[in-house]
Ligand binder design. Sequence first.
Ligand SMILES: *Cc1c(COP(=O)(O)O)cnc(C)c1O
Length: 377
Amino acid sequence: MRKIQMVDLQAQFEEIQLELSGAFDQILSNTAFINGPDVQAFKTELSDYLGGVQVVPCANGTDALQIAMMALGLKAGDKVLAPSFTYVATAEVAALLGMELVFCDVDPHTFNICPESAAAILEKEDIKAIVPVHLFGQSANMDAVMALAKQYGCVVIEDMAQAIGSFYQGDSATGFAGAIGHAAGTSFFPSKNLGCYGDGGAVLTPDADLAARMQMIANHGQSALYYHDVVGVNSRLDTLQAAVLRIKLRRLLEYTRARQHAAGSYDAMLGGIEGLHIPVRDPKSTHVFHQYTLTLSRPGRTDLMKFLESQGIPVKIYYPVPLHLQKAYNHQGYTAGAFPVSEHLCDHVLSLPMHTHLQADQLEFIADRVRTWFASH
Ligand SMILES: *Cc1c(COP(=O)(O)O)cnc(C)c1O
């Protein structure tokens, strides 16, 4: 059996190695390292893949969220609402822009923003923007998020770093993750569903004027060479990374199916174990399984982790501490109990290996070891 890894990028690399060498040779010899033809081509190809949404490539997913906020005119003092159970990037850019981050809780089944918790906060506070995160590969409840945004006059910035290709078929909101809100940020970090070989990201929006503003902000606020109309940043996707992404984008559907297939195998082998919950599918969203995340409804997570690791099975906790209890983001003085679902998940979730090249024998071995632990504890 091949060594089990949380994310196995090697197997994927071997399949596309020749294509990559060809693309790299060309870029290395024509030396168009910044803004070469692959960047423009990738921009068009990703836009086509996601149903025509405008794409502005940038340096990473964190920058993408920052550029989206700047382009939407959010400014110091504005309040931004985000779920507490997520990755830190959203909180970070809001803080760097001098905005005030306000948290809400998540849904215990989908792990995504809880509309009731969000509504309670929107009712009390003057929120300018909502950032739903499509966590682990499944779209947030965009019917509810868009309705709340309309009701309270907020803009919506989707964090789709973990959900590229996920499609949401709601009652009032429909589209690919990242194409429903006013703007979205995504990441091409190597382990993401569409990952490059370094850092990369993109800002998305259905609005062409907003896309033009994002493009300007990402390039030093420049309207024409050396004419700077607004304060911007330097955030570029380089040509080598764009070339990797073009090659992988052609296989993204196949990669997504491989992840869904692995998730289906885990489900079949791990469903029905007492004290263990397999990931819940939101019927309105396809799940692209950036992570396959279990929830324990009994104690023993640390022991289970140690056992699996001793068997050569890497596992991870995404995420161990909710944002409202992180030292850097606890300016509002939140205490334990403020967002009980987020806190409960941080103490009870466990993610199993998930990538595009998990083999049947690996999946069986992992599931067998998990079952063994539950049978003896
Ligand atoms: C990875 C990730 C980001 C940030 O992307 P980087 O490219 O690492 O800056 C933002 N949000 C979420 C939910 C992520 O998973």
